[in-house]
Write a protein that binds this ligand. Structure first.
Ligand code: SAM
Length: 445
């Protein structure tokens, strides 16, 4: 499995041939991958803007379908069932579906879990379009649609806080009305519509989102989005999804299970897999619940303030936006001890004083996940992960070396590793330096 992520797209397609079950399936896969733009680092979602299914929602933290296809074809055995404990936008699941491989996926964020399931479900494009058009013709805004959901940030809609709000009243009430009407659709159609509505929320808001939170667009006050802006972008999203569903309507649906919940516990419900391919959250203090908060609130996944806190508690301890409780230390590694010691010494220079503990908890959580993988994967089988380093106050967190040491006594050894790309460190995290993103191939002894 030497540097398999360095292959050209043509090689990826050729190498995948032995994984597919029929000439038709191989042709479908080739057509699908051909929409990927090759210039991008394979561990990022760049280059996937035109890839059917992947283009339904711009999930910045995704890896590419090429990465999954390259990994599967580099294995010394033919995988029949693949696991991804951190499903995200479902890249592993969708690529497996294209290859006729079964998958088991875990995802804690209910909006993302719906996104994954929507991509996997064989829905009739014509029926979905008919239901959507009917629904639009019947939309009624009710007086209560203006109200904030209990616990929702008051900035979500007008009047907002200090004159600032994320959605104009027109967009906000229309989203609420579409959502209410969608509950009358058949479950698979309702889920697909929710996901597509989620994909057009940010572009119809007054903010942009990145790892550091929300930022108001320049001049947002004078360019409020309207209900017709929202419907027009939703129409485009429905066109795109129905095109993809039509193009792949003959794809066998295969066996794909999405486990909704925290991988640290939900993996107990996965019995066996031939390989695990995943990218966990990085220890970079990126809070997924926060970044996807607009979708979670507006689409009804969060119904109260405590729901938001519960979901954050279920995410991997890779950020300091929560006050984490002390738990038993599971990760043991010389490199980790050295890093934690350096971080504690620099505590007063860190942008948050709890960073040293968060880093320790992060590796404890990954050890818990690998504890499950030890049971799920048979000896000689593999866990392949893409993960990035971090840096705080000039102290480098060498995730690859630390993880390698932490999971050695669980019987996992690294048989292949290499840098996939370098990433710029954010100024908040100590500035300037380039950080590596690695591919690590662990083999279960
Ligand atoms: C780097 S992203 C995975 C991206 C994915 N490989 C893709 O291509 O879309 C990490 C994912 O882990 C999820 N996550 C965070 N904590 C989790 C937990 N405890 N259990 C399961 N999923 C979790 C996040 O919601 C996020 O979707």
């Amino acid at each position: 499995m030497t540097e398999f992520w360095q292959t050209s797209l043509i090689e990826t397609v050729q190498n995948s041939q032995r994984l597919t079950r029929s000439a038709t399936q191989f042709a479908d896969l080739g057509r699908w991958l051909a929409r990927y733009t090759e210039a991008a680092p394979t561990s990022s979602n760049q280059g996937t803007a035109e890839v059917p299914f992947q283009r339904w929602f711009h999930f910045k933290e995704a890896f590419s379908p090429k990465f999954v296809a390259d990994t599967l074809s580099a294995l010394p055995y033919k995988a029949e069932r693949c696991l991804d404990p951190f499903g995200g936008s479902g890249t592993t699941a969708v690529t497996c579906r294209m290859l006729g491989i079964s998958s088991a996926i875990v995802e804690v964020n209910p909006f993302l879990a719906d996104l994954i399931e929507a991509k996997l479900a064989p829905i009739s494009a014509a029926n979905f379009r008919a239901s959507y058009e009917q629904l639009l013709s019947e939309i009624v805004i009710e007086p209560g649609d203006k109200a904030l959901v209990e616990g929702m940030p008051a900035t979500m809609t007008e009047p907002g806080v200090n004159g600032r709000f994320v959605f104009s009243a027109d967009v906000y009430t229309t989203v609420r009305a579409i959502l209410r009407a969608s509950s009358r659709l058949e479950a698979g159609q309702a889920r697909l519509l929710r996901v597509l509505l989620g994909s057009v929320l940010v572009i119809n808001s007054n903010v942009t989102i990145n790892g550091k939170g929300r930022r108001y667009r320049r001049g947002w006050e004078s360019r409020q989005r309207t209900a017709s802006d929202l419907i027009s972008s939703l129409d485009d999203a429905v066109d795109m999804a129905t095109d993809d569903l039509t193009l792949y309507s003959n794809l066998p649906s295969g066996e794909h299970v999405v486990h909704r919940g925290d991988a640290r516990t939900a993996l107990a419900g996965v019995d066996q897999a031939d390989v695990a391919i995943f990218s966990p959250p990085y220890p970079n203090s990126f809070d997924y619940t926060d970044v996807y908060n607009l979708e979670l609130w507006m689409l009804g996944y969060l119904k109260s303030g405590p729901d938001n806190r519960t979901l954050r508690h279920q995410t991997l301890r890779s950020h300091v936006q929560m006050k984490w409780q002390n738990t038993q230390q599971l990760a043991s590694s010389v490199s980790l001890e050295g890093t934690l010691e350096a971080l504690r010494r620099a505590r007063t220079d860190l942008w948050n004083p709890h960073i040293p503990e968060m880093i320790g908890f992060y590796f404890d959580d990954l050890v818990t996940v690998f504890g499950h993988l030890r049971r799920i994967l048979a000896p000689g089988h593999h866990a392949i992960i893409a993960v990035g380093d971090s840096q705080y106050a000039g102290i480098h967190v060498d995730v690859a070396s630390i993880l390698e040491e932490c999971v050695a006594n669980l019987g996992f050894r690294v048989v292949e590793q290499g840098a996939i790309r370098s990433m710029r460190n954010s100024s908040q995290h100590g500035g300037g330096l380039e950080l590596s993103e690695h591919c690590l191939v662990f083999e279960r002894a």
